[in-house]
Design a protein around this ligand. Structure first.
Ligand code: BYC
Length: 329
């Protein structure tokens, strides 16, 4: 039913030992910055970690539509509504490219979605926070999409071809998302004192969760070392987090807003901003599914899946009919 070829027989037995010659050839190709393609030989652990990361990424895009979707009917003007609608549709598209990329590794989209709905698969912690006022839509675009771009630009050169190619288009669209968020906040800080206060309130609530999007600190990131070695990740969680802080501080200054971190200060020696301690207990609690609106998000996803059953059934019936016609011809 889906567009991507899925050949379950291609995936070798996960328990089988890797052939050292094949492994050495694979490592050499990765070290030479060649793309690995779906039909190429790859170690089981590479296939597993990529399926994990790409499917989590896809789930994040799809769940990420929910906090913004809440505001579609309350957008303050036709222009803002059209922009928000376009952004949410882009995110649906990103989810679909990414599910397709993950399917090329031998796991079906249905299996990935089932894992999400059963609570076995992760998605970004950021989407377990509520959108309380209109300025939150600006803060999501500016900070959440801004963090996503920082993380995803290096993924355009990730070693797995289908993931890298999906990221090229996704990054272009994320840039528009980030710009629209910043533009929205710029309009609000130039508005009434109440509007500026709403923007500050949104920044206060979204800043720390945005820093958590980059994942645990490097010394507590179990997947990083291998993913960097296999050039799946090109930069570490802390390196990307630092780049994001450095890029965002001047943008906040231009908005006339204050980042909610009393320890934030320029470090001349490092040529970077120092920032305060991140609440990792909160991060891990949200990863465990204890985020403020985690249950609501999963309820909404399961309902969308159940409500869409008739579309899947109709598409499958149509496909079966076409196949029967082809066989009869
Ligand atoms: N949230 O060893 P680590 C978007 C998990 S959506 C939840 O550092 P890794 C957008 C991690 O999975 C953009 N879980 O892992 C959409 C691992 O657990 P498992 C989403 C997290 O993979 C709509 C464990 O913690 N972007 O842009 O090396 C509207 C240890 O972590 C998080 C992506 O998905 C988290 N924040 O590095 C607006 C980017 N962080 O899997 C915007 C692609 C960590 O071992 N993903 N964990 O059970 C990545 O780049 C990497 O997977 C991460 C984590 C940097 C996120």
């Amino acid at each position: 039913m889906y567009t991507t070829e899925l050949d379950k027989n291609r995936a070798p037995d996960p328990a089988a030992p890797e052939d050292p010659a094949l492994l050495a050839a694979f490592e050499a190709r990765v070290a030479a910055d060649e793309f690995i393609e779906p039909k190429d030989w790859m170690p089981q652990a590479y296939r597993r970690t990529l399926t994990r990361q790409i499917s989590q990424h896809a789930h994040s895009e799809i769940v990420g539509m929910l906090p913004e979707g809440n505001w579609l009917t309350r957008a303050p003007s036709l222009k803002r509504k059209a922009i928000l609608l376009a952004k949410i549709q882009d995110e649906g598209g990103h989810g679909l490219y990414l599910y397709c990329a993950a399917e090329t590794l031998g796991t079906s989209r249905e299996e990935m979605i089932e894992a999400l709905h059963a609570g076995r698969a992760k998605y970004s912690t950021i989407f377990n926070y509520p959108t309380l006022n209109w300025a939150d839509i600006g803060a999501i675009g500016w900070l959440v999409d801004g963090a996503a771009i920082m993380n995803q630009v290096p993924l355009q050169r990730t070693s797995y071809g289908p993931y890298a190619r999906a990221m090229v288009r996704i990054c272009k669209e994320e840039s528009f998302h980030q710009r629209q968020g910043y533009d929205l906040l710029l309009a609000m800080v130039r508005g009434t004192p109440e509007q500026k206060a709403m923007a500050q309130d949104a920044l206060n609530r979204w800043w720390w969760p945005s820093l958590m999007m980059f994942g645990p600190p490097d010394d507590n990131s179990p997947n990083s070392a291998q993913s960097i070695r296999w050039r799946i990740k090109r930069e570490t969680n802390d390196e990307l987090r630092q780049k994001f802080v450095d890029a965002t501080v001047p943008q906040a200054q231009l908005l006339g807003l204050t980042l909610p971190d009393p320890d934030l200060k320029w470090n001349e020696a490092r040529g970077s901003y120092d920032y305060g301690a991140i609440n990792w207990d909160e991060f891990y609690a949200v990863v465990r599914g204890e985020g403020p609106v985690a249950r609501e998000r999963m309820r909404a996803r399961r309902k969308a899946w159940d409500d869409g059953a008739w579309v899947r059934e109709a598409a499958a019936a149509y496909e079966a009919k076409q196949a029967a016609n082809r066989a009869a011809a």
